[in-house]
Design a protein around this ligand. Structure first.
Ligand code: NAD
Length: 371
């Protein structure tokens, strides 16, 4: 009786402190930390166990959300530069197709796992990139609580891991933290204008909370953290129907369906090609001496949504017309990054224009338009 009471108390304590536990203690390997049940990936090639990762080339990077759109392109880049890459992803909005070309590579590991659960790694980890999070407005509307968990518990878990492993940490924040901006373009020192209870708040506020948590770990534990505020990025490996404007318009244009614009299309966005984004993120993550820095990354070329629709119709040689729907609540009227700081610290200067970027990705979407 006394024994079982004690056990319950220990269990209770562990549950209340599990994120701390996981980051400060090496948990027993018998705990089933990896769930493969819904992947179709061959386990034998997925874990070609390497000895000490730290002894090799550039070290080891853990990329949460690495099977998603940006995360998978980052995985490619870090592998190309000689890093060992561990991708942790629960495939909620990502896909094993995005990393299938990496499976079996000696320096690559994929772990299907939810970052909001406690984390355990035997390996040394030198760098953590926390990218897990539903990112399209459609996805976070579908998964509002999950979105808040991944950018609160997930951030806490990964920051704890960074503390434990003495790893550098880069957080994937967003231009959405500026909300409906009263300052244009948006500089890093602008505090934003966010509706804390609107439909987008699950994403915006979770990202703002994560930023605050990163700064708390930086100030209290001296963790080398960096916050990248990512502006609209597009490229291959976005889901065709993920609700984001570029894949949606391309899909509609390729099928000669009406292109649906929310509002009158005069709202503006600045779109960054994924290669330019990865360049900025890679340099921000790997350059020394940027502890505690917050940096906007994106392309300053700004266009109205109407222009985007017309450009896509032209480039796909489509017969689509344009129709207008009601503007969703809290849709920001303008968005453009001020990237002077990124340019000063990283020499960051995106090179690919919207038209050139669209030309690069349309064939990829064409191949998948019926899939
Ligand atoms: N793409 C953009 O334009 C953009 C703009 C600003 C910020 N960001 C940020 O960049 C990151 C990546 O965005 P993306 O566009 O590649 O989106 P994405 O949806 O393609 O990728 C997110 C990945 O996170 C994974 N994930 C979600 N919840 C998880 C969990 N609990 N545990 C483990 N994995 C989980 C998903 O399965 C997916 O693979 C996100 O944090 C997003 O907020 C993206």
């Amino acid at each position: 009786m006394a024994k079982s009471f004690m056990f319950i108390k220990i269990l209770h304590f562990f549950n209340n402190h599990k994120s701390n536990f996981i980051n400060t203690f090496q948990l027993s390997e018998t705990i089933p930390l990896i769930n493969f049940s819904s992947t179709n990936i061959d386990l034998k090639i997925m874990f070609p166990y390497t000895e000490s990762l730290r002894s090799k080339n550039m070290g080891t990077v853990l990329i949460t959300g690495g099977a998603g759109f940006i995360g998978s392109h980052l995985s490619d880049r870090f592998l190309k530069e000689g890093w060992d890459v561990i991708v942790l992803d629960n495939l909620l909005t990502g896909s094993s197709n995005n990393i299938s070309h990496l499976i079996g590579k000696e320096k690559f590991k994929f772990i299907k796992y939810d970052v909001t659960d406690y984390l355990f790694f035997k390996e040394n980890i030198d760098l953590i990139l926390h990218f897990a999070c539903p990112a399209s407005p459609f996805d976070y509307a579908q998964h509002p609580i999950h979105t808040m968990k991944v950018d609160s518990l997930g951030t806490l878990n990964t920051l704890g891991l960074a503390k434990n492993k003495k790893a550098r940490y880069l957080f994937a924040s967003t231009s959405e933290i500026y909300g409906s901006p009263e300052q244009h373009p948006q500089k890093e020192d602008y505090w934003g204008n966010v509706n804390p209870v609107g439909p987008r708040s699950v994403y915006d506020e979770a990202k703002r909370f994560s930023e605050a948590m990163c700064m708390a770990y930086f100030r209290e534990h001296n963790i080398d953290i960096r916050i990248a505020r990512i502006f609209n990025t597009y490229g291959t490996r976005m889901r065709l129907l993920d609700g984001r404007v570029i894949p949606t318009f391309i899909h509609q244009a390729l099928k000669n369906q009406s292109i649906t614009i929310f509002g009158d299309g005069s709202q503006t966005r600045s779109f960054c090609f994924v290669d330019d984004m990865v360049e900025g993120l890679y340099n921000f993550a790997t350059k020394d001496g940027l502890n505690g820095e917050v940096v906007n990354l994106g392309n300053t070329e700004e266009h109205s949504i109407k222009f985007l629709a017309e450009e896509i119709i032209k480039l796909t040689d489509s017969s689509s017309d344009i129709i207008n729907h009601d503007l969703p609540e809290d849709d920001p009227p303008v968005r453009q990054p001020d990237i002077l700081k990124a340019n000063r610290l990283l020499g960051y200067s995106p090179e690919i224009s919207l038209s050139d970027g669209l030309k690069k990705i349309i064939p990829w979407f064409k191949e998948r338009k019926d899939g």
